[in-house]
Design a binder for this molecule. Sequence first.
Ligand SMILES: [Zn+2]
Length: 181
Amino acid sequence: MNADIRDLLAAVVEALDIPHPATEGGAEVYDRIRNERATHVVVALRSVLDDKPLMDVEWTTAYLREQLAKHPAAGYVTVAQAHAKLAAGKSWSEAVALSPRCPAAHPEDLTPCGGPVVVTILDRGNAGADGCEHHGARLLASLEGGRPVAKPDAPAGAAIRVFKAAGNLRPFCWLGRGEDQ
Ligand SMILES: [Zn+2]
């Protein structure tokens, strides 16, 4: 098999074969994420199957992976995660509880934290929310006139990294509005 095609097929499997959810509530999140990922697979396959494709297979595969990264299989507890916690002696309700995220994580932004809480994101009125670097940057990019302030125990450069990362993000980037068409 052509190596480009093989890689495209690998990306299709990555798109659709995401971990199964442990709970019914998780199943809704899983279904939504998988639907989004399946839509991107269809777009990619249609593009490759076109009589006169605009882009080659390699480009299409890279683009598909980029889109998949925007819809990570996150925001639900997987069967494997639940079993690992049960095996470690946790109760079922403990095993299927989502690990809490930092306060800067928007409820609709299902991505997991990118590390410990290291910054406070202040808005214009100096109201603040503490966050990890990942969610801090995403919140900052969504605020007008916001700024990051490093927590006293934050590693050096945390606030600057958040500031720079926010500069490369759209406001409310987790909504994915119109970015894929
Ligand atoms: Zn976070």
